[in-house]
Ligand binder design. Sequence first.
Ligand code: MG
Length: 160
Amino acid sequence: MSFRIGYGYDVHQLAEGEDLVIGGVVVPHEKGSVGHSDADVLLHVICDALLGALALGDIGTHFPDTDPAYKGIDSKILLRDTWAMVEEKGYVLSNVDCTVCLQRPKLKPHVSAMRSCVADILGVDVDQVGIKATTTEKLGFVGLEQGVSAHAVVLLERQA
Ligand code: MG
C-alpha cells in the first residue's frame, strides 16, 4: 500500500458586491469573497491538498490567476480538473478533511450541501468528505470579517 498525504491553505478577502461561494454553495451574505475565479476558498484548499499530496505544485501553477481563461471560473471545474490529475496518477481518495474559518454567517446550515458537492465532483461517498466551520472568536482578519480562510488535508491511496 502506498499512501500520500496533502495539505492546503487559502485566504480570500471579503467585500460587498461579491458572491460568497464556499464548497460550491452560494451562501447568502452581505459580503462575498474576492478573487480571479469565483473565489471558492474551500474548493481551492481541496485542490491544493490534492496537488500537494502528489507533489504536483499548487493551484496557481495549474490555473494561473493571470490567465483570462480562469476569470470568474466556477471552482468546481478547477476541482474536477485537479481530481483528473490525481486519477491519472493512479490514486484514490481515502478521505478529505477541511475547516473553513469565517466569523459570519454560520455555515452549519450549508455544510451538508458542501459535502455533497465535493463528494460528487470526486466521485466518493459523503462520509469521505469532512467539512467543519469555525469562527476565530472575532480575532484577526477572519474575526474582523475582512476575509475567509480554509484548511484541508487529504489522504490518497495508490490503487493496487
Ligand atoms: Mg484561492
